[in-house]
Design a protein around this ligand. Structure first.
Ligand SMILES: Cc1cc2nc3c(=O)[nH]c(=O)nc-3n(C[C@H](O)[C@H](O)[C@H](O)COP(=O)(O)OP(=O)(O)OC[C@H]3O[C@@H](n4cnc5c(N)ncnc54)[C@H](O)[C@@H]3O)c2cc1C
Length: 415
C-alpha cells in the first residue's frame, strides 16, 4: 500500500492545486464542507455547473483520463483521483456529470461508432449536454435483466414503450442511455438492446419523485411510442446486456473510488460543540466509546480505499474493494448520521440550515442515507457479489436464466 504521492504525482497535485487556487474559492476549514448531493438543482445551479465544467474544459482539467481526441488529456486514473481530491477542497458547484462522465462516456467509448463518439463525447465532456441512466424499472432493479420497456423496429426507427424509475437527473438531462427489450422470445439477458435517447423527444414524460429529504433528485420516466433512430443504437441488436455491463462496471469503479474517512471530523467537532448534562458531549464516556468505534471503521474504509488508489497508481484494474467499500461505508454513514441526530437532542428534529448545528448536515445525511444503501447495488447484492466473486462461494440458483423471457411467469397478463 502506498501512502505518499510519487514525485510525479506530487508535481501533478501542485499543478492542479495552483489552477484551482486561481479559479475557485477555497473552503473554510473551520466549517463543514457543503453538503451538495447533486439533488437540488434549479436552473441557476445547472447554469453554475455548466459554467464550471466549461472553465475546466478550456483549461484542460475536464475528464482528464479521456483520450485527447475527445477533449481529455490521456491522464492516468491516479491523476484523476488526485485532481478530484484537490477539487474537493474548493467550493465548486455540485457534480451533475458523475453519471455521464463516469459511466456513460466510457460506455460510448467502448461500444460507440466513430460518428457517435464524435457527436456525443466532446459536448458531454464540456458539460453542454447532461446525461442520465435509464436502466431501473418498477419490476427490474437488482434483477436488471428482467426489464420490460420494449423497443420495436419500424423502418429505420425504433418505437419505445414502457417505464423507467429512479432515473437520477432525468428532469434536467438532454440525453439518456436506455436498455430495452427487443426480443421477448430470447432468454432474458439475450433479448436486450441499448440506445441513446434524446430526452426532449415527443412521447417522453418525466415525473420527479419527492423524497423524504425534500429533494427530487430522481424521477419516473414514461415512454409512449418514443421514436429513436437506429443510428442511436449502441452496440448490436440483442447485445444490450454486454453494453450495460460496461456501464455497471464503470459505476462500481466510480463508487469504489469514492471511499474515504467520510465525515468523522465533522462528527468529532459536533461532539465537542454539543452539551449534554451541562458538559461538552465529548466528555461523556458513552459518546467517546461510540466515536472510537466510528473512527476505527472510518479508518478501515480509508485504508481499503488506499488499496484501490495504489492499484490505480500502478496501472492495475481495481479489485473487489469497490463493493467492500460501499457495503461497509453506506451502513457506517447511516449509523454516524443517526448518532449525530440523537446527540443534538430536540434540535436533531430541526432541518433548517440556519438553526441546526453544522448547517443541518446530519439531518440531511440521516434522511439521504437509506437511499445510498440501495443506489448502485443494494447491501444484499453487494454481499452476493463479494460471496460469489471474492470468496468463490456457490452462486445463487437462477432458474429463469435460460428460459425465453416471455415464458417466465409474471403478474403481467398482457404479455
Ligand atoms: C439514490 C438513488 C439513485 C438511483 N439512480 C438511478 C439512476 O440514475 N438510474 C437507474 O436506472 N437507477 C437508479 N437507481 C435505482 C437503483 O439502481 C435500484 O434501486 C437498485 O438497483 C435496487 O433495485 P430496486 O429498487 O428495484 O430493488 P429490488 O431489486 O426490488 O430489491 C428489493 C430488496 O430485495 C433485495 N434483493 C433483491 N435481489 C436479491 C437477491 N438476489 N439476493 C438478496 N436480496 C435481494 C434487495 O437487496 C432489496 O433489499 C437509483 C436508486 C437510488 C436509491
Amino acid at each position: 500500500m502506498d501512502f505518499n504521492d510519487t514525485p510525479e504525482e506530487a508535481a501533478f497535485r501542485a499543478r492542479a492545486r495552483g489552477w484551482l487556487e486561481k479559479n475557485a474559492e477555497p473552503l473554510d476549514p473551520s466549517k463543514v464542507a457543503p453538503n451538495e448531493m447533486g439533488e437540488r438543482e434549479d436552473a441557476a445551479t445547472i447554469r453554475r455547473c455548466k459554467a464550471w465544467q466549461a472553465k475546466k474544459a478550456d483549461a484542460g482539467w475536464a475528464c482528464i483520463t479521456w483520450p485527447k481526441e475527445y477533449g481529455g488529456q490521456d491522464a492516468t486514473p491516479m491523476q484523476r483521483v488526485i485532481f478530484n481530491q484537490e477539487e474537493a477542497k474548493f467550493r465548486v458547484p455540485p457534480n451533475i456529470y458523475a453519471i455521464g462522465h463516469g459511466m456513460l462516456g466510457p460506455t460510448i467509448m467502448a461500444h460507440g461508432s466513430p460518428e457517435q463518439k464524435k457527436r456525443y463525447l466532446p459536448s458531454m465532456l464540456r458539460g453542454e449536454e447532461v446525461w442520465c441512466q435509464l436502466f431501473s424499472e418498477p419490476a427490474a432493479g437488482s434483477d436488471l435483466a428482467g426489464l420490460r420497456t420494449s423497443a420495436v423496429k419500424e423502418g429505420t426507427d425504433w418505437l419505445l414503450n414502457g417505464q423507467k424509475i429512479w432515473s437520477t437527473g432525468a428532469h434536467f438531462c438532454d440525453w439518456g442511455m436506455i436498455v430495452t427489450r427487443t426480443d421477448p422470445s430470447a432468454a432474458k439477458h439475450a433479448g436486450l438492446t441499448y440506445f441513446i435517447v434524446d430526452m426532449h423527444s415527443r412521447g417522453i414524460e418525466v415525473r420527479p419523485i419527492k423524497q423524504i429529504n425534500g429533494a427530487s433528485g430522481f424521477n419516473e420516466v414514461f415512454f409512449s411510442n418514443v421514436r429513436v433512430p437506429d443510428s442511436n443504437r449502441l452496440g448490436a441488436v440483442g447485445d444490450g446486456w454486454r453494453v450495460a455491463l460496461t456501464t455497471l462496471m464503470n459505476e462500481r469503479v466510480a463508487i469504489g473510488a469514492g471511499t474515504g474517512s467520510g465525515r468523522f471530523k465533522d462528527l468529532l467537532r459536533l461532539a465537542k460543540q454539543t452539551r449534554r448534562n451541562g458538559r461538552p458531549a465529548i466528555e461523556d464516556s458513552a459518546v467517546r466509546q461510540k466515536l472510537a468505534d466510528f473512527y476505527v471503521r472510518s479508518k478501515g474504509l480509508q485504508y481499503t480505499g488506499y488499496r484501490t488508489l495504489s492499484a490505480l497508481s500502478r496501472g492495475q484494474i481495481p479489485g473487489p474493494e469497490g463493493s467492500i467499500g460501499k457495503a461497509v461505508g453506506a451502513p457506517l454513514g447511516q449509523q454516524m448520521a443517526a448518532f449525530a441526530v440523537e446527540l443534538q437532542g430536540a434540535l436533531g428534529a430541526v432541518a433548517d440550515k440556519e438553526l441546526a448545528p453544522q448547517e443541518a448536515l446530519w439531518q440531511e445525511a440521516y434522511l439521504s442515507a437509506p437511499g445510498l444503501r440501495i443506489a448502485g447495488g443494494t447491501d444484499e447484492i453487494l454481499k452476493n457479489i463479494i460471496a460469489e466473486r471474492v470468496l468463490r462461494l456457490p452462486p445463487e440458483i437462477r432458474v429463469d436464466k435460460e428460459k425465453p423471457f416471455r415464458d417466465i411467469p409474471s403478474g403481467n397478463i398482457t404479455k
